[in-house]
Design a protein. Sequence first.
Length: 293
Amino acid sequence: MAFQYVISNWIYGEEDLRTTFERLHRFGYDGVELMGEPGKYDVAEVRKLCREFRLKVLTIAGMYPWPTEERDLSNPDPAIRSRAVQYLKDCCAFANELGARVIIVVPSAVSKTQPVGNPRSDDEWLKAYADEWRWAVDSVGKAAIHAEERGVFLAIEPINRYETFLVNSCEQGLRMMREINSPAVKLHLDTFHMNVEEVSPAGAIREAGEALINLHIADSNRRAVGEGHTDFRSIVQALQDIEYKWTLSLEPLPPVPDPYLATRIKRFEYLRDDYARLSIERLKAIEKELLNK
C-alpha cells in the first residue's frame, strides 16, 4: 500500500492557504497537515479548497510555543495545564470538523529546554523532571478522553533535546503512551529529530511498530529529502516492514537557525516549490524501488 503524502503547512508561515493547496495539488500530494490553530481558519473555506484541489486535511499539527505558557501540558501551574488541555480539546473538534484523524502532541512546550524554575542540582532537576512528566501524562490523558469521543488520535511527538527536554526519543514517547493507557494516544516520529536522538532512525520506526501513526520528514539538516545525509532508503524500508499505512508529512525548512524565523523570511520563498517537489519525487522513487525489488 502506498503512503499518503502531505505537507505541514506551518512551514509556510502566513502564506495564503490557496497558494499552499495549489502547490500541493501541482506536485501530487494527497493532502495537508494543517497548523493546529482552530481560530485561524474558516472550516467552510478549508473544505471548499479541499474539494477544489482534491486534497484532504489528514492531520493537525498542534502548536506549543515557549515561552508562551498557555499550551504547556506539563506546566506546574494547574490553571495553565487546564488551558493546554482545552487547547487540545479544541483541536479535536477542529480535526473532527475537517475529517482529520491525527493531532500531534508535544507534551512539553517547544523551546522549553528545562523544567519550570530551571533547577540546578541533580536532585532538583530529577524531581522537577519527574513532576513535569507526571503532569504531562495527566494532561494528555484528560484530553485523550475527549479525543476518544471525537474519534481522533493524539500522537505524542519526541523532539530533540535542543528544542525541548521532556520527551526526546521513541522509547520515551512509547513509555508515556503506555502510562497514559488510552486507545486514542499513539506515537508520532520525525526524521530530523531522530537524526539527533536515535542510534538508528529505522530501528526506532520498527520499535514503534503499529503505535506509529504519523511521520514528519526532513533531511538531517532539516532541508528537503536528499539534501542532507539521512538514509531515507532504510527509513522507507522500515515503514514498509511495519506495514505503515498512515501519512508521510513533509516538513523541510530553509537553512536558517530558527525554524519559526524560517517561515517568515521572504528571500527563501522560492525554496517552497523546490523542496515540495524534490521531497515527494525522491521519496516516491525510493518507495517504488523497494516495492519492486
